[in-house]
Design a protein around this ligand. Structure first.
Ligand SMILES: [Zn+2]
Ligand SMILES: [Zn+2]
Length: 205
């Protein structure tokens, strides 16, 4: 019987958990980056001077350093369950609520919401930032709350504010059960370029 009150036991558990969850985080972050990248390609097409490989590497590098604060100290069964459910959710492309519903029977609604919302939000924000940063056409993100009565006093005043891509202080999720998210802000030069393209016929070379 392991001594569950010793900190060594929990440290070993945490390491095991990180080994299990890390591939899932890497795949979620790169998937988020892929979606953000595809969005930018739709808007800028061949003008986007960056390849998917570069974005992919950036997302992976971020995911490797991911700290997993909120999933520390959960047991083996829960680890496997979390890994399965997050993987299924990523594949399905369903909204976050679907993930939370799936996690609820195992952890109870409160804990599922706490882990699911915060982890998924963080992974998506940083996956997106990886794509936005490499794109060269996005230089900030807009912090957005869901604008309902439950938005907290930390997040509410920052709704709609813009922050540099490397600003982690305001990056969602800001705290446990924060439901805020981020959207890209196009760099001024990218907007000017789009405007030019609308009015001037492209010159073929
Ligand atoms: Zn908040
Ligand atoms: Zn929030």
């Amino acid at each position: 019987m392991p001594n569950v009150t010793s900190s060594d036991y929990w440290e070993a558990q945490d390491e095991a958990l990180i080994r299990v969850i890390q591939p899932v985080v890497i795949s979620a972050a790169t998937k988020a980056a892929r979606l953000a990248f595809d969005d930018l390609v739709l808007q800028f097409g061949a003008e986007l001077g960056v390849s998917w490989d570069v974005v992919n590497e950036a997302a992976k590098a971020w995911a490797k350093d991911y700290t997993f604060d909120l999933v520390k100290g959960i047991n083996d069964t829960s680890q496997a369950f979390l890994q399965d459910e997050i993987a299924k959710w990523i594949e399905s492309g369903e909204p976050l609520d679907a993930l939370l519903d799936a996690l609820a029977p195992m952890w109870g609604e409160v804990r599922a919401e706490m882990i699911g919302v915060s982890e998924a939000t963080r992974i998506f924000h940083f996956g997106n930032v990886a794509a936005w940063e490499e794109s060269g056409v996005v230089d900030r993100y807009t912090f957005r709350s869901v604008r309902d009565d439950l938005v907290c006093p930390i997040c509410e005043p920052d709704d709609g504010q813009e922050f540099p891509l490397d600003d982690t202080e305001h990056a969602p999720s800001r705290h446990t059960r924060c439901r805020c998210y981020s959207t890209p802000v196009l760099a001024r030069k990218a907007i000017l370029r789009m405007a030019r393209n609308l009015f001037i016929a492209p010159i073929s070379v």
